[in-house]
Ligand binder design. Structure first.
Ligand code: NAG
Ligand code: NAG
Ligand code: NAG
Ligand code: NAG
Ligand code: NAG
Ligand code: NAG
Length: 419
């Protein structure tokens, strides 16, 4: 009976027959001609679907039995300079219904995967074939649709937060229009850690001005990065050094003059040269992390850190790396952070929380005494999912929390309930 209801609902809404099949073998985005725009796409409104297909291969079988279908949707969005652009999202449909009080299609979780790479072939729509995501199957297991946008867009603009915000918001518009079962009044929630928290938080900052019609009702943000420019400085000479290099190239990829300037300032000889620096453009985060660990990106520039002070570069960074510069979220937040985070210090997140609370944002903020930046990715997962569950099943709105609550917790992965 339950299965029949779900099918009837989906078919009624869906032009599924018109959705083309993807190739039997997934191809990297840089080689797959599907990743391109039709003529005059610039005329389409933000969020308009430009192409839609069943994801290549048999993606539902890779994700597991909680997934009934997976779609790639290519949609119109807007870049950091407010010009028409495009991106791709992957939408996963659940094979089971949400909890008793909810209709099929009534809940969508948008998961911003922290790909931290300036190689478009690391985009989640392709990386999903080689990355096991147990939280994805878990979310589908609640009957939620799961939306996974390639939020860095076609230039793999890591850290380019304005472009990322637009790409996330427009991915919601696109999935609502896809006719594959997402209800028009669906509850939309966001989840992201670190690089994924940047895309998620900025989407919330921009929602009011860019996509006020979207029914976004909450977000879980882990390893928050309130000032990415600060991170570029602090990761030098640490194992996380590649974040600075990918971030600087990623932000400036949205500003061609700043990008050319950066490249013109790279040394052409010596051990820290242009060829070495730019090789990151063909690396996944894991490869870059290993290759550039303990280096200092400023060693690659003729004037060292002065490259950051050039007005073109400074402006791109100011516009894309400081949270609460453009606005504050209008939805309740769950924020979780390791007190000993070595990539982005906890006191900047403390400041972010105090500032946002004073402006009326409702926040539950948990500071974890256990672990560092990478540990909290895992340690926070269970708490984030539990909080998102209250938002997406509607129980949060029946007992909304007003104001902010800050707690110190001590949680390690052994007691998250997921592992
Ligand atoms: C499906 O989701 C349920 C509930 O979240 C979970 O317990 C189960 O492990 C998931 N199944 C798979 C195959 O991942
Ligand atoms: C962000 O970090 C940079 C680099 O440390 C610093 O110069 C800047 O003042 C910081 N901005 C804010 C708003 O905290
Ligand atoms: C550039 O750096 C690489 C190491 O990253 C080195 O192998 C190569 O010889 C250097 N090239 C020049 C011209 O110095
Ligand atoms: C490396 O990346 C650049 C720019 O992102 C691209 O033009 C080039 O084709 C890539 N090279 C390889 C070998 O994939
Ligand atoms: C954060 O703490 C560091 C010392 O760990 C200090 O230098 C810095 O001024 C503090 N920043 C803020 C925003 O409180
Ligand atoms: C959390 O711990 C810090 C020390 O790390 C302390 O200053 C703060 O008062 C504690 N906060 C709460 C809400 O208990």
């Amino acid at each position: 009976m339950a299965v029949h209801l779900l099918l009837a609902f989906s078919v009624a809404l869906s032009p599924r027959e018109s959705i083309i099949s993807g190739p039997s073998t997934p191809m990297p985005p840089s080689k797959d001609p599907w990743y391109s725009t039709p003529d005059n796409f610039e005329q389409a409104a933000p969020g308009t679907i430009l192409r839609i297909r069943h994801a290549p291969g048999n993606l539902p079988s890779i994700v597991g039995s909680n997934c009934s279908a997976a779609y790639n949707i290519l949609y119109r969005t807007t870049d950091s300079q407010y010009k028409p652009s495009w991106s791709v999202t992957t939408l996963f449909a659940p094979s089971i219904q949400p909890g008793s009080t909810n209709r099929p299609g009534s809940s969508v979780l948008s998961y911003q995967f922290p790909y931290n790479s300036v190689d478009v072939d690391s985009s989640p729509s392709y990386a999903v074939y080689s990355t096991p995501w147990h939280d994805l199957t878990y979310a589908l297991g609640h009957g939620w649709f799961v939306n996974v946008p390639d939020f860095e867009g076609p230039l793999a603009s890591d850290v380019a937060a304005i472009e990322e915000a637009h790409a996330v918001l427009d991915s919601f518009r696109a999935i609502m229009e896809a006719g594959v079962g997402v209800a028009p009044d669906a509850r939309l929630a966001l989840w992201g850690y670190s690089g994924g928290s940047i895309a998620s938080e900025w989407a919330l900052e921009f929602q009011e001005q860019y996509a006020p019609e979207l029914n976004i009702i909450g977000a879980a943000l882990g390893g928050l990065v309130p000032n990415t420019t600060y991170v570029f400085d602090t990761v030098g000479d640490t194992e996380f050094a590649s974040h600075g290099m990918a971030g600087l190239l990623g932000v400036t990829s949205q500003y061609p003059a700043a990008y050319s300037y950066i490249i013109s300032q790279l040394k052409t000889s010596g051990p820290y040269n242009k060829t070495g620096f730019l090789s990151i453009r063909n690396m996944s985060y894991e490869q870059a992390h290993a290759t550039f660990a303990n280096q200092n990106m400023y060693d690659y520039f003729v004037g060292g850190r002065a490259v950051m002070q050039a007005p073109l570069v400074k402006r791109a960074l100011q516009l894309n790396t400081i949270m609460t510069y453009h606005g504050v979220p209008q939805t309740p937040l769950f924020i979780y952070k390791a007190i000993h985070d070595e990539v982005t210090p906890v006191n900047q997140t403390d400041d972010y929380v105090h500032r946002s609370c004073s402006l009326g944002v409702n926040i539950l903020y948990e500071r974890n005494t256990v672990g560092g930046h990478e540990d909290e990715f895992v340690n926070g997962e269970g708490r984030a999912l539990a909080w998102l569950e209250t938002v997406l099943d509607g129980s949060y709105e029946q007992h909304p929390i007003s104001g902010c609550e800050i707690r110190n917790v001590s949680v390690s992965s052994v007691n998250t309930g997921i592992y």
